[in-house]
Design a protein around this ligand. Structure first.
Ligand SMILES: *Cc1c(COP(=O)(O)O)cnc(C)c1O
Length: 357
C-alpha cells in the first residue's frame, strides 16, 4: 500500500443476518454479508467511499448502465486460514484488472490502493462471515456501473462502485463435460474479451444454453475469425497437459481474460520445473492428442473452482473421454498446493497471501 490512507466512514447494520445462516445449506451467491461498500463518481472525481448496511440500490429507469452496458465487475475470495486469520489471495491482480476493464469500457479507473483498502475494510468489518469450515470462503464481488439518468449513447458522467460479499460453500468440483464451439463467439480481436465487462456474460448465455441442451456443462470458446484456436472454457481459462508439458493459450490477442488462477498455476508449475508453453493452441492438436492418447489432462482455471477438471470433450459429432481424474498428477498437485498456501498449511514462499485480520 502506498502512503495514502483511506478511512471509510461506517454505518453499522443494526440487524445482522449472521446468526440465521444455515452453513450446511448455503446456496451459491444468494446470501450476502451485513455490509457493503459504496462510492460515487461525480464532477470528474471519486467521492468519499462509505461502508453501509447491505441493501437495495434504487435506480432511475433511464440509468445508462441498464441501457448501454457500461458495467464491469471482479471476482475474488477471502479465506480463513489455519491460524484463524482472514486472508486474500493476490488481490492486487484484481485491482489492476478492474482498472484495465474500466479503461476499456470508457469508465473512470479506481486507484489500486483505494480499491484494495475498500476490500480490506469491508472484509475486516464482516470477518465473522468468513468461516473456517473446510472449502468455504467469502466471495467478494466489486462492481461498477454507469449511473447517468439519460437515454442517449455517450460515456456516463457518473458511476457507482460497490462491493458486496457472499459466503460460499465448498465448490463441488464435479468434472465437466465441454463442447468445442465452432459457431458462436465469446470475444473477437478488437472487442472487449479481455475486460470483465457484464455484457460478455450476457452474450455467452444463449450458446451455453444450447450446449447444455446437448448434455454439456459448458463451451470451449474458439477464436471468432477461424474457430480453429482454443481460447477459454466457459468463464475459466483453459489449460492442457500433453507429454508432461503444461499448455495454455497465450493472451496476446486480448480476447482472453487474464486470470489470476491461470497466472498462479503457471508460476507454480514453473517453480517446480514443469515445461510450459503459452502459445496459440489449435483445436486440431487437442483432438489429435486425444486420439493418440497423449492428452493427459485438460482443466479450467478460475477463482470459483480453482481447478475444474474436464472429463469429456465434444467436437462435432464425436465425444472424447479424458483420462481418469486420479491420474492427473500435475493438476491435483497444483490444487493441493494452492489450497495449502491459502490455508497456511504450506509457507507462502511466493508471497501471494495478504492478511486482513
Ligand atoms: C474471471 C474469468 C476468468 C478467471 O479469472 P480468475 O482471476 O482466475 O478468477 C477466466 N475467464 C473469464 C472469461 C473470466 O470472466
Amino acid at each position: 500500500m502506498s502512503g495514502m490512507n483511506f478511512q471509510f466512514p461506517v454505518t453499522h447494520n443494526p440487524n445482522s443476518q449472521l446468526d440465521g445462516i444455515d452453513w450446511n445449506n448455503l446456496p451459491f451467491g444468494k446470501i450476502f454479508t451485513d455490509h457493503m461498500f459504496v462510492m460515487e463518481y461525480a464532477d470528474g472525481a471519486w467521492q468519499q467511499g462509505q461502508i453501509v448496511p447491505f441493501g437495495p440500490i434504487s435506480m432511475h429507469p433511464a440509468t445508462s448502465a441498464i441501457h448501454y452496458g457500461q458495467s464491469i465487475f471482479e471476482g475474488m475470495k477471502a479465506y480463513r486460514n489455519l491460524q484463524n486469520e482472514v486472508v486474500l489471495f493476490r488481490p492486487e491482480l484484481n485491482a489492476q484488472r478492474f482498472s484495465e476493464s474500466a479503461a476499456r469500457m470508457c469508465m473512470p479507473t479506481i486507484a489500486e490502493d483505494l480499491f484494495l483498502e475498500a476490500v480490506h475494510q469491508l472484509v475486516a468489518l464482516d470477518a465473522a462471515w468468513v468461516t473456517n469450515k473446510p472449502g468455504y470462503s467469502l466471495y467478494i464481488r466489486p462492481f461498477m456501473f454507469a449511473t447517468d439518468e439519460f437515454v442517449g449513447i455517450k460515456p456516463s458522467d457518473t458511476y457507482k462502485f460497490v462491493i458486496i460479499n457472499s459466503p460460499v460453500g465448498a465448490y463441488y468440483a464435479e468434472p465437466v463435460r465441454v463442447k468445442i464451439e465452432e459457431f458462436y463467439t465469446r470475444a473477437a480481436v478488437g472487442g472487449v474479451g479481455r475486460a470483465k465487462a457484464a455484457g460478455n456474460y450476457g452474450a455467452s448465455l444463449y450458446p451455453a444454453k444450447l450446449a447444455q441442451q446437448q448434455g454439456f456443462h459448458q463451451l470451449v470458446w474458439t477464436d471468432a475469425k477461424t474457430h480453429t484456436f482454443i481460447e477459454e472454457s466457459g468463464t475459466m481459462n483453459i489449460m492442457f497437459v500433453i507429454n508432461d508439458t503444461l499448455i495454455t493459450p497465450s493472451e496476446d490477442s486480448d480476447t482472453i481474460l487474464r486470470g489470476t488462477t491461470k497466472r498462479t498455476v503457471l508460476e507454480l508449475a514453473a517453480s517446480w520445473g514443469v515445461p510450459i508453453e503459452e502459445r496459440a493452441v489449435t483445436v486440431t492438436e487437442i483432438i489429435e492428442a486425444l486420439k493418440s492418447g497423449t492428452l493427459q489432462d485438460a482443466f479450467g482455471a478460475g477463482t470459483a473452482a480453482t481447478i475444474a477438471h474436464i472429463s469429456t470433450i465434444g467436437f462435432r459429432n464425436e465425444l472424447f473421454e479424458l483420462p481418469a481424474i486420479e491420474s492427473r498428477t500435475l493438476s491435483l498437485r497444483i490444487k493441493t498446493e494452492l489450497d495449502n498456501i491459502k490455508s497456511g498449511a504450506t509457507s507462502d514462499t511466493h508471497q501471494w497471501v495478504r492478511k486482513i485480520c
